[in-house]
Design a protein. Structure first.
Length: 101
């Protein structure tokens, strides 16, 4: 699947065959390893930050903490939607999580 994020570049996200039900911490960690770089790239582009700066900003966010919690189901949202939630948190200090998460 290719996700357009509003610039001239495209983010390629692999099609993931994600089973229903609880996921092990190991599998969640592996999945986040695939998702996080796309979100960090969007942060870098929108805020004109280095990779290190954007990574620190993202990993210190409430959103990332919630993504690490498998029960939140945030990991199944697109990187673009997760980025938009991150931006909402940065601007308002709050996140309005979608009902499907």
């Amino acid at each position: 699947m290719i996700v357009y994020h509003g610039s001239d570049s495209l983010l390629a996200i692999p099609n993931l065959n994600i089973p229903k039900g609880p996921m092990s911490n190991e599998k969640l960690s592996a999945l986040l390893t695939l998702i996080n770089p796309s979100i960090i790239q969007l942060i870098m582009e929108s805020k004109n930050l280095s990779n290190i700066e954007a990574t620190k900003l993202f990993y210190n966010s409430e959103l990332y903490a919630m993504m690490e919690n498998e029960a939140s189901k945030l990991w199944h949202l697109s990187p673009l939607l997760l980025y938009e939630l991150f931006e909402e948190e940065q601007k308002t200090g709050n996140i309005n999580y979608p009902e499907e998460a």
